[in-house]
Design a protein around this ligand. Sequence first.
Ligand SMILES: Nc1ncnc2c1ncn2[C@@H]1O[C@H](COP(=O)(O)OP(=O)(O)O)[C@@H](O)[C@H]1O
Ligand SMILES: O=P(O)(O)OC[C@H](O)CO
Length: 502
Amino acid sequence: MARYVLSLDQGTTSSRAILFDHDGKIVSVAQKEFPQIYPAPGLVEHDPEAIWSTQLSVAQRAVSMVEAKAYDIAAIGITNQRETAIVWDKTTGKPIFNAIVWQSRLTVPICDALTAKGFDKEIRERTGLVTDAYFSGTKVKWILDNVKGAREKAERGELLFGTVDTFLIWRLTKGRSHVTDYSNASRTLLFNIYTKDWDDVILKELNIPRSMLPTVMPSSSIFGESDPEFFGAALPIAGVAGDQQAATFGQACYETGMAKNTYGTGSFLLMNTGEKGIQSEHGLLTTIAWGLGDPKKPEITYALEGSIFVTGAAVQWLRDGLQAITSSIEVESLALSVPDNGGIYMVPAFVGLGAPHWNPRARGAILGITRGTTMGHIARATLEAMCYQTRDVATAMANDSKVEATTLRVDGGASVNNLLMQFQADVLGIPVQRPKIAETTALGAAYLAGLAVNFWKSEKEISSYWALDRTFEPKISEDERESLYAGWKRAVERSLDWVQES
Ligand SMILES: Nc1ncnc2c1ncn2[C@@H]1O[C@H](COP(=O)(O)OP(=O)(O)O)[C@@H](O)[C@H]1O
Ligand SMILES: O=P(O)(O)OC[C@H](O)CO
């Protein structure tokens, strides 16, 4: 009997692989960072070969660490940084350009042109998304328009597009499966979340041939089998979801109104809105959380999402850019070296601002500096900014959904930071609940895969594995909370539209 599910978590800064046992407990973890490519200010790319090689090597390491054999593994689940676009040659399997990362501002001019002609409304109604360079569609258009010979090849059916899940599955199956799931498709800007199909009106507007696009499948289903070369025998790839949706699944947010926030490179607050895709009037996205059941008639669960582009990445900047710390974990003690923020606000709009502002020309700002300012204050302001940005999207979510959250479930790499979690509770004014397993993204993909192969039976069974590590209760007064937040709002105002050229 198989004992484990292998989850591959391909994130923005690192590739991770985790083996989970039947109780949803971690058996082994392997992780590797890979290089970020910054060709110009505001642009972010990855080498798809680095994505593939790090992901494969950590997967093999996680398996060999506990001497697991292929027959010990019931299925593979895949979860991934979303929106990042890869285009490759169908015959050679070689990408024709770097992966254009979700954070990249490369296609701001394309988005401006779409908005100028009023096409943003079509996009909103069909995809639930805003016309922002964040999403894959304009990145694919840019590649076809700018890489020599790409458009002709695409029109001859010789090129394939995929988000990172699709690329990994294509490589794992040695080109036998060109597929994605509903949650990833819903982030491309090319997918109609209501008809549940690629949208011909948008494809025509962006001039993207349908033949490049993967087949869309339920998030918990058999996407293909990994080639025996990789793990000693073929393994079913049985669960796929974008990382934020996978985390929502891993946090067992199965009821309408349940929400989670993940603190990684960016932060993403998602609320399950059930069978209804609620159109946001406050700068959030309507997206697909997951599609389950019969591939011909999938049951779609929708979500409202607040996408914050930079949270943990600002801590990385303290580490790599300012060299104020040598590892991310040190940010907490540095921030604790001062009693409060000393009047400092840091707006980490390094690649513009996402929800709810959608201001691609905003740039980072540190305000309130005096002669008394220390690196401790800047560290504190960096952590606080994660929490204020979360409050911005939580407020928008309450306004859209008419549901006032009573608690917030949290996860992600930075959620280990107790100071951060306490301030989050303080600034939201509600308790923050951190589960025992912070790796809920990988866990969610494992659950989706395990459900497809009957390793787990039901969402109810999975919910029973959710266990609380710690609750952070709000400790500051309403007056203090509102006065701190008012300062944040003034700081954000000053960062907007900083870049004047496109
Ligand atoms: N103790 C910490 N306090 C604050 N931020 C942290 C801490 N540990 C890690 N981080 C940040 O969390 C991010 C890594 O989280 P992770 O969930 O692995 O992200 P991703 O999936 O986006 O690669 C990094 O940006 C890192 O700077
Ligand atoms: O890689 P992460 O965890 O920062 O997640 C990135 C998101 O999927 C972008 O939408």
